[in-house]
Write a protein that binds this ligand. Structure first.
Ligand SMILES: NC(=O)c1ccc[n+]([C@@H]2O[C@H](COP(=O)([O-])OP(=O)(O)OC[C@H]3O[C@@H](n4cnc5c(N)ncnc54)[C@H](OP(=O)(O)O)[C@@H]3O)[C@@H](O)[C@H]2O)c1
Length: 298
């Protein structure tokens, strides 16, 4: 099987490339920067493509997009977050439609931000969209793949939850304060966090690649989302550190601006219904086991 992957230098992409390579899958990298070696080049701003892309690709995993959590959400940053995903995906799909032998499956990243801030409501793929910037981005991002699903290509919009890894992302950011004993709940701590271990992210993407029945939105989150308070306590327990330094909501808003409302204070309790129905078996369904494995604290 030959699979082209975008966003390969990122948290999920780098892990996915090494996972797929172990499965004897040939991976071509779609780069958002200039052509490196003989890998496929993609310049989303110009829509340029290297001809190597036409070489009989069986599937595409499209992960690329401006990093959401690095830097404040200024007007410019928000536009980059939006256009790198929506316009970038549109261009990639336009290119796919021109291929003489298009891939049979297109996995496109999305996020549980689709559902917005929903308190304790249990959300699955049939739940309605939320409101807010990230929800709008996800709607446009998923909608950008309609052209190729209408053309008969199987599209899976993988709605990732908060990916836990020791290599970067949200957990890596939390580690320093928590290790110093300065960790604590954020705001009321009642907001739900839909987390997923990186090992389950790569395995779920592979499952989506090879499972013909999976299509449309698919939540990639553990079956056991927890409140921020539970998350805080569990991380403290695994690290053997106290967690008595709460960050009030107002402090989070002052430090992180609008991003705090949508990423830190919003409550999203998501269940991975379609993955479970399609027979996916989670390697790390429980938070404590996932954290012990990721932080090598067994
Ligand atoms: N990690 C999470 O917790 C999480 C949760 C929900 C959704 N997601 C989504 O899943 C996707 C992958 O996540 P990730 O954590 O691996 O992201 P990441 O670490 O930020 O990596 C994204 C990759 O996209 C490419 N990229 C960076 N800036 C870009 C730009 N302006 N335009 C186009 N491409 C750009 C880069 O890859 P190259 O240099 O190789 O091109 C980068 O390594 C992202 O779209 C993210 O929004 C992630």
């Amino acid at each position: 099987m030959k699979v082209a992957v975008s966003g390969t230098s990122g948290l999920i992409g780098s892990s996915l490339v090494s996972f797929l390579s172990k499965k004897d899958i040939t991976v071509s990298k779609i780069l958002h920067e200039d052509l490196i070696n003989n890998e496929i080049a993609w310049k989303p701003e110009k829509g340029d493509w290297d001809s190597a892309f036409t070489d009989g690709i069986d599937g595409i995993v499209h992960l690329a997009g401006e990093n959401i959590a690095a830097g404040k959400w200024t007007k410019e940053k928000k536009e980059k977050i939006r256009s790198s995903r929506i316009e970038g995906t549109k261009r990639l799909c336009e290119h796919v439609l021109k291929l003489s032998s298009p891939p049979s499956v297109f996995i496109c990243a999305s996020a549980v931000g689709f559902y917005g801030d929903r308190g304790a409501e249990i959300l699955n793929e049939d739940s309605s969209r939320g409101s807010g910037f990230l929800s709008d981005v996800c709607i446009g991002w998923e909608g950008a793949t309609n052209t190729i699903s209408n053309a008969g290509i199987r599209v899976v919009n993988v709605r990732f939850g908060m990916v836990l890894s020791n290599a970067g992302g949200a957990l890596a950011k939390m580690l320093t304060p928590f290790k110093m004993g300065m960790g604590g709940k954020i705001g009321s701590g009642k907001q739900y966090m839909s987390w997923v271990a990186i090992d389950d992210v790569t395995r779920a993407i592979y499952h989506a690649l090879i499972t013909d029945s999976l299509k449309g939105p698919v939540n990639v989150t553990s079956p056991n989302p927890v409140t921020n308070k539970e998350f805080t306590k569990t991380l403290g327990r695994v690290l053997k550190r106290p967690t008595i330094m709460p960050m009030p909501a107002i402090g989070a808003r002052l430090a992180f601006g609008e991003m705090a409302n949508e990423l830190l204070l919003a409550s999203t309790r998501v269940e991975p219904k379609k993955l479970l129905d399609a027979g996916y078996h989670f390697q790390y369904p429980e938070l404590e086991d996932a954290l012990k494995h990721i932080l090598n604290a067994v």
